[in-house]
Design a protein around this ligand. Sequence first.
Ligand SMILES: Cc1ncc(COP(=O)(O)O)c(C=O)c1O
Length: 369
Amino acid sequence: MKQKWNDLDTPTLLLDKATLLANILTMSDFAKENSLSLRPHIKTHKSKEIAKLQMEHGAIGLTTAKLEEAEVMADAGITDILVAYPISSQVKIERAIALLQKGVDLKLAVDSLEQIKLLQKALEKSGHNLEVWIKVNSGLNRCGVEPGEDAVELAKAVLFLSQVRVGGIFTHAGHSYGARDAKELERIANAEAVAVVSSAEACEKAGIPIPVRSVGSTPTYRLAGVVEGITEVRPGNAVFFDSIQVGLGVARREECALSVLASVVGVYKDRIVLDTGSKTLCLDKGAHGLDSVKGYGYVVDHPELTIERLSEEHGVAVFESRSDLRLNDKVRIIPNHACTVANMFDAYTVVERDDVVGQWKVDARGMRK
Ligand SMILES: Cc1ncc(COP(=O)(O)O)c(C=O)c1O
């Protein structure tokens, strides 16, 4: 007989397989229908198993934030990888070159001439060639050159370098998480696409072809992806979804594939205490602030509860009138931010309806560098 997830010790990270597969298919169907390449960001799941499923279902390659994520995915046999982070230290450039050496079709994000020169210098020594993608800033004001002339200037500079070539222009509109309504989300998504397309067109006018024009954030990819001239989308969180996406109106609760199984460890007059604190649920309420997210996660089937406070191993849930929960009862919590919560666990417990059907490692979790 199969083990039931409700009998498991807690806290445990549950991954609903059917919902996961449906989310993977939603992304790949969207990409297919709109003739777009799909390059999901794997920082959400950090799992070889899930990355392989995404590749089997139409992804052409992966996006990572960290070099070690790229190393782990290369180890799983996935070779087309964009590291969407400005790599410039000597030690990291050498590790990137080691990936090229292994035959990985690596692309690195660039956003300054100084960085590109450091890459060129190391590549001259090793004899490798590298494709770089220019990152443009579309309003998040994190990394990236300004769209248009600054992007063209960088692309022109690369023409003079022997080991580096520009293969794409990309952006990430992470500020979409702060959108107050659907209209603002649309405006941000459109600006995201325009930043990339206008930069690519300006480069092409200057005689520099830009085959890949890539956008991506879970709240915006379906809006930005359909703008004329975009060729690729890079959703990450959409593989799981979470309470922040539900709060934004981007996903329905039933589409959330990840939850934390928790136990009631204390029952009091005005509150109950769960064994899920900040080391499990994280203190995240949305990177850019979101009024519609209530507490530190949504307790499934218990709308009367709000997880109001977290200490490291305790989650304090308050209720307005009463709660029927008793000591040792179990609840499922849909986290606010699935990406940070997955990074807290060693493995996903994969479930189908009530049954446990497997354990998948969070392979690239908690990596230092
Ligand atoms: C460069 C880049 N691309 C894509 C994504 C995916 O964003 P989301 O998780 O909102 O889909 C991120 C997220 O941090 C990112 O930084």
